[in-house]
Design a protein around this ligand. Structure first.
Ligand SMILES: NC(=O)c1ccc[n+]([C@@H]2O[C@H](COP(=O)([O-])OP(=O)(O)OC[C@H]3O[C@@H](n4cnc5c(N)ncnc54)[C@H](O)[C@@H]3O)[C@@H](O)[C@H]2O)c1
Length: 245
């Protein structure tokens, strides 16, 4: 069922992995998608989107680029019905006492400050149009610690609280704000991990496998759609049962 006909969606981090799958899913269901990434891979989506995807390059760690990005989306489409705040970077293998402040700041500037700034500018657009749906891409890591990933974990925990805070602050404006919390999903971000880490992640996942980008895109699209009209402030785990433990 095409749930997004006549709707406009801004998707960050759309050049690869989960963001790419979400952009294609929303376009496949009729949305006009403004797909953003910092690299050139996002350009490939234009052809795949069959006229429904426009590519835009911006770095969500740069406040000025974020403001220009939201402005460009409004200039092109006139409104933003759906925001998928997905751009994110990870780090691993660094205990807190060895974590450089520069690495901490870089992770936070994308995963938490970037998500906040994209929301800040998009919320103004959604308030003026009296409605919208935001889905933040969190992580199972926002709910439970993982050795060596302090900045990532704390950033995602902050994103969960930002999601719930915004859900409360904007409910009266008809704006819903939810998050998806994936477990380990097979994307370029994860392909960089060692075979040992991937096997270990499988072994601690009740379903004993990694998730797929399409499984995350399906839940993301549901939360962004009118089918989720009574859902706000929720954090949906898509994690093969990790949070059930
Ligand atoms: N893959 C997983 O197992 C997993 C698990 C939990 C949560 N997540 C979250 O899902 C989101 C997507 O992860 P993924 O695995 O698809 O990542 P990925 O590395 O495969 O793709 C990320 C995309 O975001 C873009 N991006 C990165 N930094 C950016 C920036 N500063 N500005 C704009 N674009 C930027 C990249 O260019 C790329 O297109 C992230 O927020 C990540 O934390 C992923």
């Amino acid at each position: 069922m095409p749930r997004f006909i006549g709707k406009t969606a801004l998707v960050t981090g759309a050049g690869a992995g989960i963001g790419r799958a979400v952009a294609l899913r929303l376009a496949g269901e009729g949305a006009e998608v403004f797909a953003v990434s910092r690299g050139s891979k996002v350009d490939e989506l234009v052809e795949l989107g069959q006229g429904r995807i426009a590519a835009y390059r911006a770095d969500v760690s740069d406040p000025q680029q974020i403001e220009a990005m939201v402005g460009a989306c409004v200039t092109d489409y006139g409104r933003i019905d759906v925001l998928i705040n997905n751009a994110g970077i990870s780090h691993g293998g660094t205990p807190i006492h060895e974590l450089d402040v520069e690495l901490w700041d870089r992770i936070m500037s994308v995963n938490l400050r970037g998500a906040f700034l994209v929301m800040k500018h998009t919320l103004r657009v959604m308030m003026a149009q009296r409605g919208g749906a935001i889905v933040n891409m969190s992580s199972v890591g926002g709910r439970r610690p993982s050795v060596g990933s302090a900045a990532y974990i704390v950033g995602k925990a902050g994103l969960n609280m930002l999601t719930q805070q915004a859900a409360l602050e904007y409910v009266a404006h008809g704006i819903r704000v939810n998050a998806v919390a994936p477990g380990m999903i097979l994307t370029p971000m994860v392909k960089g991990a060692s075979e040992g880490v991937i096997e270990w992640k499988k072994s601690i996942t009740p379903m004993q496998r990694l998730g797929t980008v399409d499984e995350v895109a399906a839940v993301t699209a549901f939360l962004a759609s009118d089918e989720a009209a009574y859902i706000t402030g929720a954090i949906y785990a898509v994690d093969g049962g990790r949070c059930a433990e």
